[in-house]
Design a protein around this ligand. Structure first.
Ligand code: C2E
Ligand code: CA
Ligand code: CA
Ligand code: CA
Length: 279
């Protein structure tokens, strides 16, 4: 059998090859989505090193599983995607992140935006646009305070339908960011056609940016590319002062990573935000 890791198991079509563990987890996922309360969004701040301010937060999901504890997304998002449960889960993420952001907005954080991750699977849903619209209407969050993070892979594959859906999302007024940028080898042509606002440089390039000339070169190319296309550029997974310095020196001023903050719960975020704004 060609299985190099658990990851591959989720693509096995026949149920017999699925581990008992996976089947159990799938069951629990159904239940959790039905009854709610087991999912939590953590928020990781995005910094602008020029102004030393927090410009936004990325919502990152966790599952408080009744017996397995707090599960990171890699333990259940692939399963949710495979089973189609991602539609419902993704809708909850949008609802909760917009509700939370609206609360912060009312509290005066009007310049902040929340970013939600969209799975490529969600683009197979024909009602994605109307769902986003409904959530914006219901929460009353101004659309410009919502950013959707899409992966580069989505854009490379099913181009035409994706393009029209992204255009429809942009029409609603939300911002679009390409996540994990650089990992999918997208061509310049795609970038020209897609109405995106931000490129997010993948962590794999950032990791050894200060010691690996190739990754430094790729990062600089992405920064230059973003600038010439008048797109924003942000680096993810930034952990050290050296990485911050490198990025700042090379013209990438938006930074997200453990160096500034791990993903935190809403209350902890407000505390952080207040501290920074009062400096
Ligand atoms: P991502 O969108 O690339 O999110 C960034 C991931 O890197 C997060 O992991 C974050 O905690 C982690 N990270 C941020 N800064 C650093 C750093 O400085 N060092 C290190 N080592 N890691 C850092 P997390 O929360 O485990 O999420 C993993 C992935 O799961 C995300 O990658 C995203 O693709 C997916 N995901 C998370 N939440 C959602 C969601 O609500 N919906 C969907 N569809 N996917 C989600
Ligand atoms: Ca993301
Ligand atoms: Ca990312
Ligand atoms: Ca990533």
């Amino acid at each position: 059998k060609e299985m190099t890791g658990n990851q591959y198991q989720v693509y096995t079509p026949d149920i017999e090859n699925r581990s008992l563990e996976t089947i159990r987890l799938e069951n629990d996922l159904y239940k959790a989505l039905d009854q709610g309360n087991e999912f939590t969004l953590y928020y990781q701040p995005k910094f602008d090193v020029r102004s030393n301010t927090i410009i936004g937060v990325e919502a990152l999901i966790r599952w408080q599983h009744p017996s397995l504890g707090l599960l990171p997304p890699k333990d259940f998002i692939p399963l949710a995607e495979e089973t189609g449960l991602i539609s419902k889960l993704g809708e909850w993420v949008l609802e909760e992140s917009c509700r939370q952001m609206k609360e912060w907005y009312v509290d005066g954080l009007t310049n902040l935006s929340v970013s939600a991750n969209l799975s490529p699977q969600q683009f197979k849903q024909n009602d994605l646009i109307s769902i986003v619209k409904r959530i914006l209407d219901e929460t009353g969050l101004p659309p410009q305070n919502l950013e959707l993070e899409l992966t580069e892979n989505l854009i490379i594959h099913n181009t035409e339908k994706t393009l029209s859906m992204i255009q429809a999302l942009k029409k609603l007024g939300v911002k679009i960011s390409i996540d994990d940028f650089g990992t999918g080898f997208s061509s310049l042509g795609y970038l020209k056609d897609f109405p995106v606002d931000t490129l997010k440089i993948d962590k794999t390039f950032i990791d050894d940016i200060t010691i690996n000339d190739n990754n430094a070169a790729i990062t600089n190319t992405i920064i230059t590319l973003a600038r010439s296309l008048q797109l924003n550029v942000i680096a993810e997974g930034v952990e050290t002062k050296e990485q911050v310095d490198f990025l700042e020196h090379n013209g990438c001023y938006l930074i997200q990573g453990f160096y500034f903050s791990r993903p935190v719960l809403p209350d902890q975020f407000v505390e952080k935000y207040t501290k920074i704004s009062n400096k």
